[in-house]
Design a protein around this ligand. Structure first.
Ligand SMILES: Cc1ncc(COP(=O)(O)O)c(C=O)c1O
Length: 383
């Protein structure tokens, strides 16, 4: 089908879609990495655009995933019982307080599907993770975007301003999405600030704290505390985590939400019956059991992130403070050219135009060798 006919056809079916979906644009995953991998040999491509973990998963997780394949003709456990129990034990909660997702993206979408709708408002921060807006719109809800801290904020440039977010919560609000730390800014809010924030939120408003990068921030970022600490006090609080980042299992798709058992029970009503696949469940369970591997990856990321940020700053670029495995870097007016030229040299970063940050690139912290490739390429393009 020609591009024009395809567009016509999309417009036709879009008009038939429910109102929230009509104005929606599909999630932008960045570059077509499969095509790029074909163009460059795999070893020549430096993939630092998707905040993946370059050190790879625990060998025990891979072994467990492989072993699970002998049962591939069976459905996976629809209750994800073993993984839920292991996560419950780790976080000091009961198994019914856990819901497993096909990645945490799926769960983030479902919160809006379940708790928001055409008469509801969903609150998120400017520069918050893109999926929140998508989830709100897909549910037909009205999205209220709170102002973020300014670009020149001393410690959290463009970070979540919890006071501004609280001020956006009206009687219509049903759901608030917070990312801690946030993607793409890399910023975080403190445990104390969050505690004060929760005291201002009515119990009828569900607060989702997305801790996809939480493992990187613990014991790293000043004042950072996981929202898990407050679950007991606020039944309208839910925390999401993923196995995609620190556990390096992005390709298998496993994430989870932890919250009040009643809230989770309502979420379970819309879960696709076998949403988490067998290798993902097996790998996630084994990964949880290999804390040493997890800690090694987190420590290596921290060393490389600080070296990379220092090297970029030394060359005169502004780098946001980061409690994650990526940095947000301001390249100014030449950003689009730099991004294109990096691709031409086999280095894939993430443009930030969709976030309203055309002067920035988000760069995942790679291995020492990958970061060196990036810096050499930058030197050649913009040195
Ligand atoms: C802040 C944040 N939340 C959630 C996700 C979704 O991760 P996944 O669906 O792989 O669990 C991502 C992925 O990049 C993210 O950056």
């Amino acid at each position: 089908m020609s591009v024009a006919r395809h567009k016509d056809s999309e417009a036709f079916f879009s008009a038939l879609a429910q109102p929230g979906v009509r104005g929606l644009r599909a999630y932008d995953p960045g570059h077509d990495l499969v095509a790029l991998r074909r163009r460059y040999s795999t070893s020549a491509l430096v993939e630092i655009g998707s905040n993946e973990n370059p050190y790879g998963p625990s060998p025990r997780a891979l072994e467990a995933a492989h072993a699970s394949l002998s049962d591939a003709h069976r459905y996976p456990d629809p209750l994800a019982g073993d993984l839920s129990r292991a996560l419950a034990a780790q976080h000091g909660v009961a198994p019914p307080q856990i819901m497993i997702g096909n990645g945490s993206h799926e769960l983030l979408m479902q919160f809006a599907q379940v708790f928001a709708g055409p008469d509801a408002e969903v609150v998120a921060s400017r520069y918050g993770f893109a999926v929140y807006a998508l989830a709100a719109q897909a549910a037909g809800a009205t999205l209220r975007i709170a102002n973020a801290y300014p670009r020149d904020h001393v410690s959290q440039p463009r970070g979540h301003n919890l006071d501004a977010i609280a001020a956006c919560i009206t009687d219509m609000a049903r759901l608030v999405y917070l990312a801690n730390p946030n993607n793409p800014t890399g910023t975080w809010f403190s445990g104390d600030a969050f505690e004060r924030f929760m005291q201002r939120v009515p119990e009828s408003v569900i607060v989702v704290v997305d801790e996809a990068y939480g493992e990187f921030a613990i014991d790293d970022a000043d004042g950072y505390r996981s929202a898990f600490d407050l679950l007991r006090r606020h039944r309208n609080l839910v925390v999401t985590r993923t196995f995609s980042k620190a556990h390096a299992l992005a390709g298998l798709r496993a994430g989870y939400a932890v919250g009040d058992a009643g809230l989770i029970a309502v979420m379970q009503r819309v879960r696709e019956s076998f949403n988490a696949n067998m290798p993902a469940l097996a790998a996630a369970l084994a990964a949880l059991d290999d804390q040493a591997h997890l800690n090694r990856g987190i420590a290596a990321n921290r060393v490389q992130r600080d070296l990379l940020a220092a090297a970029l700053r030394k060359r005169g670029w502004s780098v946001s403070p980061s409690a994650t495995n990526f940095v947000l870097v301001e390249f100014g007016e030449r950003t689009a050219m730099i991004e294109r030229e990096l691709i031409a040299r086999g280095v894939v970063t993430r443009p930030m135009v969709g976030y309203g940050l055309p002067d920035c690139l988000r760069i995942t912290v790679g291995t020492a060798a990958e970061n060196a490739r990036l810096l050499i390429a930058l030197e050649a393009i913009a040195g």
